[in-house]
Design a protein around this ligand. Sequence first.
Ligand SMILES: Nc1ncnc2c1ncn2[C@@H]1O[C@H](COP(=O)(O)OP(=O)(O)OP(=O)(O)O)[C@@H](O)[C@H]1O
Length: 461
Amino acid sequence: MIATRARELIVVTKRYDASCAAFAAMASHGWRIHFVETPAAVARILSQSNRKALAGLVDLTDSQGTVDYARYVQDLPRERMGWVAAIDPGQLEIKDVRHLIRDVCFDFITVPCPETTIESVLGHALGVASLHSESTRHVVQEEEAFGGMIGDSPEMRALYKLIRRAAPSLAPVYIAGETGTGKELAAAAIHHLSHRSAFPFVAINCGAIPQHLMQSELFGYERGAFTGAQQRKLGRFELANKGTLFLDEIGDLPLDSQASLLRFLQEGIIERLGGTDAIRVDVRVVSATHHDLEAAVAAGRFRADLYHRLCVIRLKQPPLRSRGDDIEQLAEHALKLYNGTGQTQMKGFSNCALKAMQTYPWPGNVRELLNRVHQAVVMAEGRYITSKDLGIDASEAGPVQTLAAARDAAEVLAINAALRRNLYRVGHCAKELGISRITLYRLMKQHGLRTEAMERTAEVG
Ligand SMILES: Nc1ncnc2c1ncn2[C@@H]1O[C@H](COP(=O)(O)OP(=O)(O)OP(=O)(O)O)[C@@H](O)[C@H]1O
């Protein structure tokens, strides 16, 4: 097996070799380049390479008239390969060349072509092939699809159920919810549970791209579409072909892109900037925003017809403050994630921190919780994270209460956490808390925890 960290490129050609300036430059940038003459030789190199994807340049320039285009269409390996065709300017007139580009290649270059363009187009093709091979390798099972989403509160269980129902459909999905609630994770789960899971999941944050670049970012552009457009570039729609496109912060989409998106949703076609061809793409659109999209429609900033097309299926991501025990589960997850990044190895959360997290309103939701725990792990001086380490003011953490009530609340939190950690095995949990099983049963009964724990035991068993 060839084990190398270099990017690999296979060039199928009868006339170029390593002395060609463009390839020499790429080799000096760390590319490992194989020159071959036949598709069979490509297959041999692929079988020896342990890279998840390779770039390929198929040289179709044909001064001698010896290239068999139809054979290339049939025989060039496609799995793990990101192909680019090199052609002479007039060759687009040849039907077999057009078919080869359409069916096998991510892109084409016309020679002569600047060295930097060749490298950047091949780098792009390699990136797309890696993305594709990544998603093909993971035919994701249901548990895996939700693997990134922590929480089993009734709110989250209801959401998982809706995601499972929505996933197999072709209809566009709109996910509402406050910032940081996990809308992107939900969109990824929809993709992984759909029949499209072997194809790319492409996400774009419409709020993070300058408005004047949005159209080309989404729909791509043709060579010469504007100053500096030296090569055709595929947009996110084409990159997501056969897969799912997640449009985050859809409310920030400029009006011209709204019109193009509507056309896609109605007719399934897009147009590259500077192009005239209508290109058919097969993409499922999932969109989200934490802003009030209805208000944007009412204010005329968002097209009502587009809004209705996007919201065929509508999901709502619950805010963290309504997710009860999930808060502690997520905090434990964050602690595992970040523990060790500070100077002290933290042992857990103090009772005051657990209590504060339950009553704090979490305006930034899960993202804020992850950040606060991360900061606490780095900055805390003790072994247990306190509410002060989390930066949550005690006055924000709920009303003043009697000592007895505070003790009860702390007991409930500690028992619940121990039960969860020990998968609701009461014996293990009592041992961890340093009390007898009988005392634990008594406390659980006193705080009304008994029934719930027993039900969970039955579920786990
Ligand atoms: N249920 C969850 N389990 C684990 N991590 C989560 C969960 N929900 C969200 N996160 C994490 O919280 C962070 C924010 O999530 P995400 O980006 O999906 O939120 P969002 O709702 O799309 O936010 P925004 O509206 O600001 O784009 C990410 O790091 C994500 O991995």
